[in-house]
Design a protein around this ligand. Sequence first.
Ligand code: NAD
Ligand code: UDP
Length: 321
Amino acid sequence: MIAEPSQFAQRTAVVTGGAGFVPSHLIDRLLADGLKVVALDNFVTGNPANLAHLDGHPDFRFIQHDVSEPYDIDGDVAFVFHMASPASPIDYVQIPVETLKAGSYASHHALDLALRKKATYLVASTSEVYGDPEIHPQPESYWGNVNSIGVRSCYDEAKRYAEAATMAYHRAHGLDTKIVRIFNTYGPRMRLDDGRVVPAFIGQALRGEPMTIFGDGSQTRSFCYVSDLVEGIWRLARSNFHEPVNCGNPHEMTIRQFAEAIARIFEVELKVEDRPLPPDDPKVRKPDIARAKEILGWQPVVDFETGIRQTIDYFRETLKQ
Ligand code: NAD
Ligand code: UDP
């Protein structure tokens, strides 16, 4: 059962990492559904511009804070969305310790806040908990194949810890908790230079540069548009389900096919610059979304072409500024 959003009108949602790409879209959705929002961010990978349109909004409050350090929020809180974490491989490889703390210390602070407020807690986990998967597509029942000491481990293991902490608070304290495992999501408000493949290839196409394909480009990813993800997250938060739920788009393609699609949309010939494949880069990734369909009645509705064109329009505007 999914509660109606109107049930939470004028209740408060706390969103950690609020100035980030996905969290800022989630905030827009919560405000549109009549909630009040308190967002926390230290801008380590986020961008104040993602929230600039909310300046002066009567139901929105921003607190600049590192959520790996303790904090409290006054008054009523109905939801705590723990979204703060560096999320791009080039970000978390540069700041591995901050990334580990975002999954561990910051999880405890957000879980403790939810406990004090008797709020529902939702954590943004990731398909990276499956590591370099040996089962394809990945269902939630798969325990994963993660290199615990590799360069990506600061992110993967932090998120696995975040999931473990969430289930421990649920079991030990009866906290109402949700875990969303997010698969590669893209859209407006990503940072053009965050190194992830969608902004990287679109930025390169806009500047007339060759696309930097890592390895032979045969590795696969499945790209989900941000509005679809936000719908899934918001439904999960309003459900009574406590096990992890995959949210992503099962439309899988190789990275070379993705580069070809961008070149086709830009109506240019594909130019490629070969780069080495980073260590532990997962060879395949595609969500099994049977659980999300069954529990949430959710599946993505934005097709690749539509989502990519909206994202290109956003980056085109960004480059002009
Ligand atoms: P993002 O980098 O745009 O957003 C993360 C935000 O968290 C940033 O604004 C950053 O400044 C903030 N932050 C990080 N550490 C913080 C701290 N200690 N204190 C306060 N703020 C902090 O990335 P995103 O893609 O929007 O990701 C949002 C969440 O979703 C992350 O938890 C990420 O792991 C998860 N996720 C995203 C994807 C995706 O494809 N976008 C996939 C899997 C999981
Ligand atoms: N990738 C690439 N060129 C780039 C950036 C990424 O070929 O400029 C590849 C990367 O090796 C990975 C895939 O694209 O196989 C997705 O990378 P991203 O950083 O977007 O996310 P990941 O799914 O690896 O976390």
